[in-house]
Design a binder for this molecule. Structure first.
Ligand SMILES: NC(=O)C1=CN([C@@H]2O[C@H](COP(=O)(O)OP(=O)(O)OC[C@H]3O[C@@H](n4cnc5c(N)ncnc54)[C@H](O)[C@@H]3O)[C@@H](O)[C@H]2O)C=CC1
Ligand SMILES: CC(=O)C(=O)O
Ligand SMILES: [Mg+2]
Length: 603
């Protein structure tokens, strides 16, 4: 039985997760060809074609995965624009997980922005128009009694490692997208597999359909979700409570990742569940971690310390306050001061201007940063930049072009290497574009952006020589896959602050800017898996130190631990298939039981 890695020479032969060896499969014929997890299309071997009754269903020529990738790439390239390419990739994923992930991994630099921000934002905006077939779980706020049952259809206790849930209220900077939010859960899970080798058959994408306040969707006859305004209050809380308790009860080993909830709920739900279960909010914590790593690299280049930091955050919502918290906690540790003292390094600005103790209706999280020491008559971004003289400026406002030339020049007047991070997605909402930031600062700005940008050329080298500056993508996608991988493999009972600090260290250690002052502040997509292994290693070590790792046999030294992690990461390769009779709940192999055991029953 392929429950474990079966290489006898392998010192890790008792690995908890199986990622190699034969796969047992109870499906045959067209049902098998339509099952993305098992389907190999033209790559089924002669023996498999015989054993699984496929011979007459496939053209004669048996092809390799590489040949299939070549064909798929040609078809992809023929699509006229990025949205059409995104749709093509979604259909490919419905056909074959292995082919889809292999194509993606082989062409990640080119395809990352097509399966993720900014193109995925467009796909989500058009969800009900582009819809072909459902993926994931839709939980309806008026059917709370069904939640446990609907979740239970996806496997048994051992089968699920990672769950991403959204309520669709604040998607990727494009606001309320109702049930279309299912695609952000899907997209982030795809990144979990691509970047961190999380098994694609051991994850659950979920949307909590609570209605929508998006007028365009409410009026769209093709809209697929609940056509009513968002239900809030007690019923909303009951849905979330029922979802979390059912998910934990059914899949006790799974980590729950909250994504793109609105400002009011994101922090509240994280605070509610964090002390009790392994959970993570990507917009609060993932964004905080990756941004702190970028700042750490930037301060290294500018030869400053965290204790020198004066940071202005424009847009004090979920992401902005998440970043502030992560940075504040790092200053607290570095300076050995209280959280209140550390918070004095940070100025938050939102719609009313600078958050001061005079501003009413601040959330508890925002209140931490409300300034009592502000005397100036103006509190807009320019006035704050002139007064504070920040060395770090962050944009999480969704207000495009809000980092204007006068603001950036005012900042650069007092700071040699201003660190400027316009993080609002998608690309059109960035607070500034890199070309302008370099132009206004004579190439001195240290820039990273929320969505990807091409390198920028300008005469900013010594004696006015032309240089090309590469811009890092400062997106939580750099870090959340590694955090998730670490939490899954250690079977962490909680995701603690120390695990997040360890994750930041993992990303910062691999920053190209640490070795070359002119290189990007963060590692790029070319090394995503390396980053995830390093982040996961650090996270697991912190989980062990904190006493929250429940997996047995975690290696103690760095190299062994990295190898142990790598060996449990899923790779897109075709594994030989072995026919077995469907056996209901019979245990076949971790990760494979769900499809083998339950699909024939459900069919
Ligand atoms: N790069 C990354 O990894 C991430 C980027 N983001 C992006 O950050 C942006 C914000 O996301 P969330 O924090 O989730 O949304 P949010 O809605 O919680 O926060 C946005 C904040 O900006 C404020 N704002 C709006 N107009 C403003 C103005 N004129 N002046 C000052 N403040 C203003 C809003 O009042 C709100 O508090 C989005 O574009 C999102 O895509 C979010 C998470 C991760
Ligand atoms: C990147 C991300 O999580 C966001 O824009 O919401
Ligand atoms: Mg998000």
């Amino acid at each position: 039985m392929p429950t474990q890695n079966r290489d006898k020479s392998d010192k890790f032969r008792n690995l908890p997760l199986s990622t190699s060896g034969p796969l047992e499969c109870a499906l045959k014929g067209t049902v098998l060809l339509n099952h993305a997890y098992f389907n190999k299309g033209s790559a089924f071997s002669k023996e498999e074609r015989r054993d699984f009754e496929l011979a007459g269903l496939l053209p004669q020529n048996i092809q390799t995965l590489d040949q299939q990738v070549q064909r798929a790439y040609e078809q992809y390239s023929a699509r006229p624009d990025d949205l059409a390419k995104n749709t093509f990739l979604s259909s490919l994923k419905d056909q074959s997980d292995v082919l889809y992930f292999k194509l993606l991994l082989d062409n990640l630099d080119e395809m990352f922005s097509v399966v993720y921000t900014p193109t995925e934002g467009e796909a989500i905006r058009n969800y009900s128009r582009l819809f072909r077939r459902p993926q994931g779980i839709f939980l309806n706020i008026h059917d709370i009694d069904r939640v446990h049952h609907d979740l239970s259809l996806w496997g048994t206790a051992d089968d699920i490692d990672y769950i991403i849930v959204t309520d669709g209220e604040e998607i990727l900077g494009i606001g309320d997208q109702g049930c279309g939010g299912i695609l952000i859960s899907m997209a982030k899970l795809i990144l979990m597999t691509v970047c961190a080798g999380i098994h694609p058959n051991r994850v659950l994408p979920v949307v909590l359909d609570c209605g929508t306040d998006n007028e365009a969707l409410l009026e769209d006859p093709l809209y697929l979700g609940l056509r009513e305004r968002r239900v809030r209050g007690e019923q909303y809380d009951k849905l979330v409570e029922t979802f979390v308790r059912s998910a934990r009860g059914l899949y006790p080993k799974a980590c729950i990742h909250f994504e793109d909830f609105g400002f009011y709920n994101a922090r509240r739900l994280l605070d509610r569940w964090r002390p009790e279960i392994a959970c993570f909010n990507d917009d609060v914590q993932g964004t905080g971690c990756v941004t702190l790593a970028a700042i750490t690299a930037g301060l290294h280049v500018s030869k400053q310390k965290l204790s020198d930091l004066r940071m202005v955050v424009f847009g004090a919502g979920t992401a902005g306050v998440g970043i502030a918290d992560q940075v504040r906690d790092a200053i607290e540790t570095e300076r050995g001061v209280s959280k209140e003292e550390a918070a004095k390094h940070i100025w938050l600005i939102d719609k009313p201007g600078l958050l001061t103790t005079q501003v009413e209706e601040l959330s508890d999280a925002q209140k931490t940063y409300a300034r009592s020491d502000w005397n100036g008559p103006k509190t807009d971004l320019l006035a704050v930049v002139k007064e504070v003289r920040p060395n770090v400026l962050i944009g999480t406002s969704t207000v495009p072009k809000s980092f204007t030339e006068d603001i950036v020049r005012a900042m650069a007047e007092h700071v040699d290497r201003p660190i400027i991070l316009p993080l609002s997605n998608p690309t059109r909402l960035h607070e500034a574009v890199p070309a302008d930031l370099f132009s206004w600062t004579d190439g001195r700005a240290l820039v990273a952006t929320g969505s990807p940008f091409k390198p920028v050329k300008g005469a900013w080298g010594p004696d006015g020589a032309e240089v090309e500056i590469e811009v890092a993508e400062c997106n939580n996608s750099v870090v959340f896959p590694g955090i998730g991988l670490g939490a899954v493999l250690s079977r962490a009972s909680l995701v603690t602050d120390k695990m997040l600090v360890a994750a930041v260290r993992g990303v910062a250690e691999l920053s190209p800017a640490l070795r070359d002052n002119t290189a990007p502040l963060l590692p790029g997509v070319d090394v995503v898996r390396k980053v995830s292994v390093r982040v996961a290693r650090n996270v697991i070590q912190a989980a062990v130190e904190e006493g929250v790792a429940t997996e047995d046999g975690i290696p103690t030294n760095d190299d062994d631990l990295e190898e142990w992690i790598r060996k449990q990461m899923w790779d897109p390769v075709y594994r030989p298939l072995q026919y077995v009779e469907a056996r209901g709940a019979t245990r076949l192999a971790r990760g494979e039981m769900r499809v083998v055991g339950s699909i024939p029953e459900r069919a």
